[in-house]
Structures are given as C-alpha cells and as structure tokens.
Design a binder for this molecule. Structure first.
Ligand code: ATR
Length: 348
C-alpha cells in the first residue's frame, strides 16, 4: 500500500504553495462522468488519499454542480479534528455556468465574488487555498476578472490564484495584475497542444502546471472497452476522440503493450510520462476507485528513459490521434483569449 512518505511534496508556482507531487481529481465522484458515486465510498477514498500523502484535492463549483464541494465540506469536520486541515490543499474553480440548458464561461466581477462566497460555504472553509478561473470568458478582459480575484486575496478569502485553459497572452496579462500560481490544462500523451506556448510561458513566469485528464479521461488506462461501457449522460460520449475509438484504439494498445514490457499498468505509464515533464508539473488524475487510486500513486515510482519517452510519444502523436480533445460546442473553452481592457472601459 502507498504510504505518505512515498509521495514527495513540491512547490507549485513561485509563491509558497506546497502540494503533494500528485493531486486527486474529484470530478468523477459527483456524476460528471456517468452517475454520482456512493458518498460513503467517496469519503473513504478521500481519507485514504490523504493518509497516503495525496493532499492536493481538486474540485470545482460545477462538479455536480455544487455537490462535489459539499462532499469536501462533509469531511471538513474530520479534517479539523485530526489537525489535517492544514496539511491538505483545496483547489476549487469558478467560471462555468449553465444558461438555458447550455454552459458558458463567465468572468464578470459580481459573478466571481458570488461564486467565491458559495464555494467557501459549501467547502466549510474560511479561505480557498487555490482558486482557479475554470474557463475563460471571451467577452470579459482578463484584467477585470483578475482585479476581483485580487480583492478576494486581499480579503483573505483566497490564498492563490490559478487559470485553466487560458492562452499564453491571457496568462501573461493576468499575471501582470496579480501573480498566477498555477495553470491547469489538459496534458497527456494524446493532448500536447499546450507545449508550444503555454508551458514555456508558465516557466518564464514561474507558474506551476497542473495537468488535468493526464490519463486521457481513462482511455489511456482502459482503452476501447471504456467507451463501450459509457452510460448516457457521460459527456465523454460526445467527445470527438471517444467517437473515433476504432481509429484511436491503437494508441491504447501500444501504450498497454509497452506497459506490459515495463511491468507496470497502462495508467501508470501514461501518468509517469506526465510526471517526467518536470518537477513544476503536478498532475491530478481523477478516480473513484481505491485500487485505481493506489495504482496511480504507484506511477510516481515508474522511471522512464529519454528513449522510452520518445517511444511513448510516437504512439500518440497528433498525426495518429483522430478527433479534437473537446466537443465542438466547447471549443471556445480551450486555450482562450480575452478582449483588450480598452474594450471594457469603452463599455462602462
Ligand atoms: P479526468 O482528469 O478528466 O478525471 P483522467 O484523470 O485522465 O481524467 O482519467 C479519469 C478516468 O480514468 C476515470 O474514468 C477513472 O475511472 P475510475 O473512477 O473508475 O477509476 C479512470 N481511471 C483513473 N485511474 C485509473 C486506473 N489506474 N486504471 C483504470 N482507470 C483509471
């Protein structure tokens, strides 16, 4: 079994946020992938994660929506009692809302504030350790959203600020208003678009990188059978890559074959590749199962040579993988840019 001494702590970004070298993604617990999972099982999993040394917990107000943050709120009493609260780092997010049955990004200042108040209540904490803009509102200059976030930091309601799916110039503009601690983007063997501009920008500015979906939303761990078993309502069904599974199955087959050769699981190999991107990279694999959780912690011990990294990369190059990483309706949600600040001033 994983022990806490096995999971190193790393500094995320240039401020003083220290997190476990791997986090835990919570989205699947509250139904965004299929049905919500039984609460007692999830509470057991979260306690097990913390006991194992995985202390960087990643949620969002839109997981559920809201029920995922409430789940963390429920373990808060236990955390307080055992004195563990100070040892966990809770990251949550705002910025995606449902309007007329559709989802849209919102970065309006009043919305930022009301979301933060809501998350603090549901989580049952006085301060959010890391507060991300979940998706970038392409109507609102990032400076406007950031100024409100900066106020929340000054008021002690938020410790550190992060962005998710912002393009490089948006990251730069946001960082000029208030230091950005972490950028959370999809990064895995089959999603590497951030490597051209976003990763170099983060490194130049001293911003930590938090890859979400590091095992390809489960595909790099399980392969085509995952897709065959998706239930109605699991949004992966609508994702182009999951609709091209006959083509993309070779990616999984090759990763899996190499994993067998190396004596680890496909999930561990895919995750190890992400860990090998640098100590400033802290992936947050999501799972709802103890055995998968333990396997993912084990990925921290899988060592890869440069040759093995190159071999793995050849299995999932952009020429090999068919389909975008997000559904067409959500394409404005990735690597997004905001209008210049002058356009907002002109509106006021
Ligand atoms: P996301 O960040 O979107 O959650 P991910 O971390 O790449 O994406 O993958 C999460 C998916 O992989 C989940 O469907 C998870 O399923 P379980 O909840 O059933 O575990 C699956 N997954 C995670 N770790 C796994 C592992 N070691 N083996 C098999 N499937 C795994």
């Amino acid at each position: 079994m994983a022990s806490s001494s096995m999971v190193p702590k790393v500094k995320l970004g240039s401020q003083v946020l220290v997190v476990s070298a791997q986090g835990l993604g919570f989205m699947g617990m509250s139904g965004n992938y299929g049905l919500p999972k039984p609460e007692p099982d999830m509470i057991k999993l979260i306690h097990h994660a913390i006991d194992s040394g995985i202390t960087f917990l990643d949620t969002s107000d839109m997981y559920g929506p809201h029920t995922n943050e409430i789940l963390i709120g429920k373990i808060r009493g236990a955390l307080k009692e055992s004195g563990v609260r100070d040892k966990v780092q809770i990251a949550t997010k705002f910025g995606i809302r449902g309007v007329d049955g559709k989802t849209e990004a919102c970065g309006d200042p009043a919305y930022v504030r009301s979301c933060c108040e809501g998350s603090l209540k549901r989580l049952g904490v006085d301060c959010i350790d890391l507060y991300y803009v979940h998706r970038i509102d392409t109507r609102v200059p990032i400076e406007v959203t950031m100024r409100e976030l900066k106020k929340l930091v000054e008021e002690g309601k938020v410790r550190y600020i992060g962005l998710s799916e912002a393009c490089a110039s948006t990251i730069r503009r946001a960082h000029a208003v208030h230091p950005i601690t972490a950028v959370q983007n999809e990064w895995s063997l089959w999603s590497r678009d951030l490597e051209d501009e976003i990763v170099p920008t983060c490194r130049e500015l001293g911003i930590g990188i938090v890859p979400y979906s590091p095992i390809g939303r489960g595909f790099l761990a399980v392969g085509p059978s995952l897709v065959e078993n998706l239930i109605e309502g699991d949004f992966r069904k609508k994702m182009p890559r999951f609709q091209n599974v006959n083509h993309n199955k070779t990616v999984f087959e090759r990763v899996n074959e190499m994993a067998t050769r190396k004596g680890c699981s496909a999930a561990q190999l895919a995750l190890a590749w992400v860990h090998h991107q640098g100590t400033d990279v802290v992936p947050i694999p999501g799972t709802t199962k103890l055995e998968n959780f333990n396997q993912n912690v084990g990925a921290l011990s899988v060592k890869l040579t440069r040759e093995e990294m190159t071999e793995l990369e050849s299995f999932a190059s952009s020429e090999v993988v068919k389909g975008e990483r997000h559904a067409v309706m959500h394409m404005t949600f990735i690597n997004s840019e905001t209008p210049p600040l002058s356009t907002w001033k002109a509106k006021l």
